[in-house]
Design a protein around this ligand. Structure first.
Ligand code: PLP
Length: 392
């Protein structure tokens, strides 16, 4: 049954989503409420965005203060919050140079352009990319070109030429695609959309070594798995290796639309220069206040430690659930990004969970994706397990 709000929404938006029949109104902590006051335990976090949960007083006050002081200025000038946010991201990413974007997709575009420019300036003639099967990097023409999903690509081809796809966690398949035209290898250290697939250590380290030997850049898409979600600030930091360029977004602004790509000084020295790339909104004072405050809270509250602890507890509870439920084939992931692979498509289960007051999302057709706010406690995990038990 459609209520008035859903009907209104349907009338004026392009039909690019099959939305769930829920009209959300407000959030508090790790719960969301619809317009009738029904309460939902949130294990989706707006797709891994709202890591601090909802109604964080300190975060909200910082935004309000920034609105009253300056919302936008333009990248033609410096502003007082941008430097603060860039410094904070530089510190937690261990990268030297940061470019702010408005979304994850744009961060990927920037990362691809930065690596092309690096090859151009070094006159290596390298212009092609190796990406992974089951990858997801966004929906613009460039980001889609390195996204493997056939259904996403087909209506929009031809895309950027010179992209090939290797098997995730199969180093030899990456090596087999390398040519003297390969400019960069791009991968998610933990594939989110593609079904919660974690890169193993040998794969990440092997790619780094391969890239070094061949003069290729390594790009990590940390948009979903980054910013504390795996238990390290960025997922690559759990592998004893370091990429040349990273893309981030989702959680870095605590819900305010902002992304960024960042690179080492070595890449920056031979990469984007004035005139090569730009954005009107990107890194404006408002979004930078959000980034700076998010990072400040993450560091002060030691959220990565909390994620490690909650991740261990979540894994244990999910493994126990699997023992009692033969619908579950596999539990996988790490920290607070986990997947439950079922014997059947998960659509109905996700719908049933929503009826039970639990928001979860899918990853591909057969995996339930759990990406809760990072501030959840054990009691919320217990509550989620109880609800999931009922619907499974
Ligand atoms: C969400 C996502 C993107 C795209 O980010 P947008 O902000 O939606 O443009 C790219 N890569 C990964 C891994 C993502 O999860």
């Amino acid at each position: 049954m459609k209520n008035q709000y859903i009907a209104d929404t349907d009338t004026n938006l392009v039909h690019t989503y099959n939305r769930f029949p829920v009209v959300l109104e407000r959030g508090e902590g790790v719960y969301l409420y619809d317009e009738k006051g029904k309460k939902y335990l949130d294990f989706a976090a707006g797709i891994a965005v709202s890591s601090l949960g909802y109604g964080n007083r300190e975060f909200n006050d910082a935004l309000k203060e920034q609105i009253d002081s300056l919302i936008h200025s333009s990248n033609l000038y410096y502003n007082t919050t941008c430097g603060k946010a860039a410094k904070a991201l530089g510190r937690i990413t261990e990268m030297d140079r940061v470019f702010f974007t408005n979304s994850g997709t744009e961060a990927i575009e920037g990362a691809l352009k930065a690596s092309r420019k690096y090859a151009y300036k070094k006159q290596t003639g390298r212009c092609e990319f190796i990406a992974m099967k089951d990858s997801f990097h966004g929906r613009s023409m460039g980001a889609l070109s390195v996204t493997e999903h056939e259904a996403y690509r087909a209506p929009f081809e031809p895309l950027i030429p010179g992209v090939s796809f290797a098997e995730f966690n199969n180093l030899e398949s990456v090596r087999a695609l390398v040519t003297d035209k390969t400019c960069a290898v791009i991968l998610e250290p933990l594939q989110g959309e593609g079904g919660i697939n974690r890169a193993d250590e040998a794969f990440m380290q092997g790619i780094r070594k391969l890239c070094d030997e061949e003069g290729i850049l390594m790009i990590c898409d940390e948009i979903q798995c980054g910013m504390g979600r795996t238990g390290t600030m960025f997922a690559w930091q759990g592998y004893g290796t370091k990429p040349d360029i990273i893309a981030m977004a989702k959680a870095i602004g605590g819900g305010v639309p902002v992304g960024a790509f960042a690179m080492t000084e070595e890449v920056a020295r031979y990469s984007l220069e004035p005139g090569d790339h730009g954005t009107t909104y990107g890194g404006n004072p408002f979004v930078c206040a959000a980034v700076a405050k998010t990072v400040e809270i993450f560091e002060r509250e030691k959220l990565t430690e909390h994620v490690k602890e909650m991740g261990r507890y979540l894994t244990a509870q999910l493994e126990a659930l699997k023992e009692t439920c033969d619908m579950i084939l596999e539990v996988r992931g790490t920290g607070l990004i986990q997947g439950i692979r079922l014997k059947k498509p998960v659509g109905e289960t996700v719908q049933a969970a929503i009826k039970e007051g639990l928001l979860v999302i899918s990853a591909r057709s057969d995996v339930i994706r759990l990406v809760p706010p990072l501030v959840i406690e054990k009691e919320h995990i217990d509550e989620m397990i109880e609800k999931l038990k009922k619907v499974l």
